[in-house]
Ligand binder design. Sequence first.
Ligand code: ZN
Length: 312
Amino acid sequence: MQNIQIPNRLNLLMSLSNLTLSIAAIVVGDKHPDYFIPCLILFAFLHLNNYALLHEATHSNLQSYKRWNYVLGVLSGFMFPTSFSIATLTHTKHHCCNRTDHEMFDYYYPNDSLFYKFGQWYSVLLGGFWPVAVFGNIIIFFYPSFPKSKFIQKVRSGQRMLEDMNSKDVIRIRLEILLIFGFWTLVVYVFNLSIATLIYFYVAAGFNWSTRQYITHAFSKRDVWEGAINLKTNLLHEKILLNGNWDLEHHLHPELPWTYLKKSAENKKTDTTYFKQYLKMWTGPKKNFESSPKPISLKEYFNGYKRENHST
Ligand SMILES: [Zn+2]
C-alpha cells in the first residue's frame, strides 16, 4: 500500500472528544442518579475507543509528529489509566511474542496445571486483566526490577513482557504515572466526584475491555505474524474499536493506521463474526496440538522479518 497517511486531524479530534466525553459521562452519572446506568454504559464503550487510540499511539500511528503522538498517547493513558511507555513496551512485546508459549492462553500442554490455565482464562473473560494492567503500573513505579524477579520469571506469560525496559524508560514511566495521579486528583477535586462512582465506572469499563482482550487471537494459528483473526462486526462497533476487529491485518501490517485495515482485508475470507468468536471463548482453553513459534526480536519486528511470507 502506498502513500500511507495518518489521519492526524481526525485522531486529534477523537482523542480530545473521548477525553471530554469520558469525564462528562462520569460527572453526569455521579451527579444525576437517573442517568447513572446510561452514563456508565457510555463510559464503558468510550473506554474501548480510548484504548484503540492508545493502541494507535503505541504503534506511532496516532500522529505523524512523534512528539504529538507521545502527548496524545500519554493523554489516552490517563483514561485507561496506564503509563503510555509501559503500554508501548508491553504491546510491542505482544507483537514479538504473539502465539508463542509466552502468549498461549487458549491452549494447554499435558503438563500444565488445568486449574491455573482455566483460572487465568476465565479471570480474563470476567474482567481480571484490566486491574492487573493498572496495578502493574504501581508495582513498576515502586519496584522497577519486578519483571526480573523470580516470581515473574516463573510465570510463562510474564517472562518477556518488560525485558526491554531500561533506566530511561523507568524515569519516563514514573513521570507518566505521577501525571496520571495528578490528573485524577484534579478531576476528583474539581468535580467533587465520589470515589464509589469512579470504582463502579471503572469496574464496568475494565470488564468491557478485559473480556474481549484475547478475542482476535483465541484459537488462531500459532504464528507470530499470522496468529490473529479478522472478525466481522457491525459498523458502529467497528468504529468504536477503530477497526480493531481486523486484527490479522494489523498484525501483518502494524505500520498501517486504523483507517487502512478494513481496506487491506478486502479480498480476504472472513467467516467468523465477532459475536460467534466471543461465545467460543467461553468454551475454555483446549489441548494444544501445534508447536510454538519462536519469539522475534524487536529488530526483526521493526524490519518485518519473515513477514513477507505471510502478507501476500
Ligand atoms: Zn498492535
